[in-house]
Design a protein around this ligand. Structure first.
Ligand SMILES: *Cc1c(COP(=O)(O)O)cnc(C)c1O
Length: 376
């Protein structure tokens, strides 16, 4: 009998080894990974990340935030480039969103935040309250007040919720957990204009869409916008726990000494891994290749599944792809696993693919072949 809470529905296999873009279970069965954990090991089990972790472990693996941390400075610089942001490091996506919610409230002196139906922002009280899905909150009683939920891709529904106490609007540009739903360009453009005109901060949750997942370092680059605040986690350290909240430098005074913190935040191992991740992702042509390959995968799936009566839509952005289906999701996941491919689900009717950005053309075609068989 397991001594663990049964809060996860776990499959009956354990991955005990990984190499590049492949996983191995306890019986030695080999799987191609089109899930990257849940959008975490975006570079697969990359030797350069492993080397950075080993080298850092040799030096020092923890130092409290009472002292200088040049690794945090280094990662912040790589994340920010020539934009005008400041960074705060924590340990997860939920924590990054907590920091975003806190700085938005403090910087504006206002409390209300508009998020969206079917959004997902995390499981802590603040981030859970920001989340626009009742099933995530069931049984936990009253949440953090002052969140209001607009309809995704519908600006009028946002306007109806805005009042003098509104601090910010917060969204994912591709809703991940609820079914891989991309925001429409004209909605985002109009929302950004509306926020600027009405002095509302724009918070983009890039926890899943960030770190190359959509073929750009941040998904907001696709939309030609710059949020006031954005959050990162999943792919940031390729599997070492980390989160980050970045906000425009002019909001910096809201997070002065003693205002916010995290014991483990910006841990040296996590920062060493993040630094290596960013070096790899910013190599000339790397993200362009991922963008191209993601589009290839999406196009090939669209072609192959066009006449499939059980597939209603293939959609996504870059290497974040959803296959909406009327077939049983658990059966599809199991069928893929039997054939040596790991995939995810999202919402109630979507097979979600979050493959490593490092897939070779051969691996890509191997996964595609299995997916075609599974849906046939
Ligand atoms: C996964 C996810 C989170 C929560 O991240 P944790 O690290 O599990 O706390 C928040 N927002 C989005 C968009 C996510 O996909």
């Amino acid at each position: 009998m397991s001594k663990l809470f049964q809060n996860y529905k776990r499959a009956a296999i354990e991955f005990v080894k990984a190499q590049g873009n492949y996983l191995f279970d306890a019986d030695g069965k080999k799987y191609l990974d089109f899930s990257t954990g849940i959008g975490v090991t975006n570079l697969g089990f990359h030797p350069q990340v492993k080397k950075a972790l080993e080298a850092q472990a040799e030096r020092i693996w923890h130092s409290p935030n009472l002292y200088q941390n040049s690794l945090q400075e280094e990662v912040a610089e790589k994340l920010i480039g020539n934009r005008d942001y400041l960074a705060f490091f924590c340990n997860s996506g939920a924590e990054a969103n907590e920091a975003a919610i806190k700085i938005a409230r403090k910087a504006t002196g206002k409390q209300e935040i508009i998020t969206f139906k079917d959004s997902f922002h995390g499981r802590t009280f603040g981030s859970m309250s920001a989340t626009g899905q009742d099933k995530i909150k069931e049984g936990f009683g009253e949440g953090v007040p002052h969140f209001h939920y607009a309809v995704f891709n519908d600006l009028d529904s946002v306007k109806k919720l805005v009042n003098a106490q509104t601090a910010a609007v917060m969204l994912e540009l591709v809703q991940g957990e609820s079914g891989v739903l991309p925001a429409k360009q004209d909605f985002v453009t109009a929302l950004v204009d509306y926020c600027q005109e009405n002095d509302l901060l724009l918070i983009i949750d890039e926890v899943q869409t960030g770190m190359g997942r959509t073929g750009k370092l941040y998904s907001f680059e696709h939309y030609g916008i710059e949020p006031d605040i954005f959050t990162l986690a999943k792919g940031l350290a390729n599997g070492v726990p980390v989160g980050a909240m970045l906000a425009k430098a002019q909001l910096g005074s809201a997070f002065g000494p003693g205002s916010h913190g995290s014991t483990f935040g910006g841990n040296k191992l996590a920062m060493a891994a993040s630094s290596a991740v960013l070096d790899i992702m910013t190599q000339a042509g790397f993200l362009e290749q991922a963008w191209e390959n993601g589009n290839y995968l999406q196009d090939q799936l669209k072609k192959a599944l066009a006449n499939n009566l059980k597939v209603t839509q293939v959609r996504g952005l870059g290497y974040m792809i959803g296959i909406e289906t009327t077939a049983n999701l658990a059966d599809l996941v199991q069928a893929a696993r039997d054939k040596g491919l790991i995939v995810l689900t999202a919402g109630t009717n979507v097979i979600r693919l979050l493959p490593p950005l490092t897939l070779t053309k051969e691996e890509l075609d191997q996964g595609l072949t299995i997916l075609k068989e599974v849906f046939a």
